[in-house]
Write a protein that binds this ligand. Structure first.
Ligand code: NAD
Length: 426
């Protein structure tokens, strides 16, 4: 087993997402042949930028927030990855998210490296004007690293098309260009792509259908539970319901709702939109958040934050298939336990890759200033996603490894081959 060298700015004894990422990378080394000698390059980010983001609050006082942008690996192209606003954002989390982007982009064979950013802030406590000032100052501070051919940010937890519009406008003001290709996930009126807002959840649904078919498990009538009803989880839940599946539970940060006969997903989302809460959705009972993990289902979609399924919850799960809508929702110990229990896990780097595929299309459309129909976007997304999934599925069978290991093998081979062909500068 290759033991990667430590980093002075990461606690070697911590048990967080970065350690989980490195453990997965190190674990695939035996399948990489001679390229395994280069693996240490994936066990450290290429560069890490920590920025102070001071803003004037509406009451005239000044508040400081800590922001990050991490380039994990750029061997295959410019960095690509989202920006997260959350009170729990930490450097090691952003590093792991950037690492997963390297793997995801390579597994999908997109011409991108891996990057990610974030600000440690609870955006719910800021007014819209404060959020705009925060976004603009953060964008200026990370301006050193971003650009259409260097690193292209996108939405993640608690950021959306409006935040991307402010980021794009700030870049445009700072560089004196129109800057449409600086970020993806923008409003369509500003050079965004049709289908981008639905793409990640749609990809989860497409991969769910592909996996269910291979497992011989009909989706019609299948019980589905979804954690997280944001950009990813809400769309996935709606599409599974449209496929005839029974979405029996939805969970967000504040509540968990349950209906064994099947939740009217559109009505629950409309209720949340109207009242701000899932609790009280039509026909639903509220249950304890821990009960969610013991519900009997055919499909479980964690689509909130990393680490949601730890070993304790993995021991209680009663499902056949886990589709990782979120990045890093399963800890390595839980992953091993689920494999032992015969529960299929489709990893994040495949299951939620629909978003970055359409972000890639957005970037291509912006370069060409020529825009595709929504039908073209979804057709091409489905083709890349299902092709990559099929490749990973076959490799997993031939190597007798998990889908996660197979996806990492495919990606690490591509990234390390690029690294070898480029050689070591200088
Ligand atoms: P979002 O901000 O739109 O939604 C997040 C959802 O998770 C909300 O419903 C929130 O209430 C819920 N949540 C947060 N903490 C929770 C907790 N402790 N328990 C239960 N629910 C909780 O974010 P999103 O864009 O949907 O992203 C969700 C996940 O998907 C993240 O891991 C993100 O990195 C990943 N992802 C997002 C995209 C994208 O295009 N937005 C693409 C790929 C992966």
């Amino acid at each position: 087993m290759i033991v990667p060298a430590g980093l002075s700015y990461v606690d070697p004894h911590a048990d967080g997402p970065w350690q989980a990422f490195v453990a997965t990378v190190a674990g695939v080394a035996p399948h990489l042949g001679p390229l395994a000698r280069l693996i240490d390059t994936l066990c450290r980010p290429k560069r890490v930028l920590i920025v102070d983001v001071p803003i004037e609050l509406d009451d005239g006082s000044v508040a400081h927030f800590e922001g990050y942008r991490v380039h994990h690996n750029l061997s295959r192209g410019p960095g690509k990855g989202g920006v997260r606003y959350d009170a729990g954002v930490r450097l090691d989390e952003v590093m792991a998210l950037a690492g997963w982007m390297t793997i995801k982009n390579a597994a999908m064979n997109l011409p991108f490296g891996g990057a990610k950013g974030g600000i440690r802030v609870d955006p719910a406590r800021l007014s819209r004007k404060e959020l705009e000032r925060l976004t603009r100052r953060y964008t200026s501070e990370i301006g050193l690293l971003i650009g259409p051919d260097r690193d292209i940010p996108a939405p993640d937890v608690n950021t959306d098309a409006q935040v991307m519009a402010w980021m794009m406008d700030t870049c445009a003001m700072n560089t004196g260009t129109s800057a449409t290709g600086m970020v993806t996930g923008k409003p369509v009126a500003l050079g965004g792509s049709l289908g981008r807002d639905q793409a990640t959840g749609r990809g989860v649904n497409v991969i769910g259908r592909e996996t269910a078919r291979r497992l011989g498990m009909p989706l019609h009538g299948a019980r589905v539970a979804v954690q997280g009803v944001g950009n990813v989880g809400a769309v996935a839940a709606r599409l599974f319901a449209e496929d005839g599946a029974r979405v029996i539970a939805l969970q967000d940060r504040a509540s968990t709702v349950f209906n064994p006969a099947g939740i009217d997903v559109a009505a629950a989302l409309a209720h949340k939109e109207r009242t701000g809460a899932l609790a009280g959705s039509p026909g639903c009972a509220s249950i304890d958040s821990e009960e969610f993990w013991a519900l009997e289902t055919e499909v479980l979609v964690p689509a909130a934050l990393e680490g949601a399924i730890d070993a304790r919850r993995a021991a209680r799960l009663r499902t056949r298939l886990v589709l990782e809508g979120a990045n890093g929702p399963t800890t390595p110990a839980a992953d091993a336990l689920l494999a032992e229990r015969g529960i299929t896990v489709v990893p994040d780097v495949i299951a939620n890759a629909g978003g970055v595929i359409v972000s890639y299309f957005e970037w291509v459309q912006d370069f060409n200033s020529f825009f595709w129909t929504e039908d073209e976007v979804t057709r091409r997304m489905d083709s890349i996603l299902t092709g990559a999934f099929d490749h990973v599925w076959r490799l997993a069978a031939s190597l007798r490894v998990s889908l996660r290991t197979a996806a990492f093998v495919v990606a690490c081979r591509r990234v390390l081959a690029a690294r070898e062909q480029r050689g070591l500068y200088p």
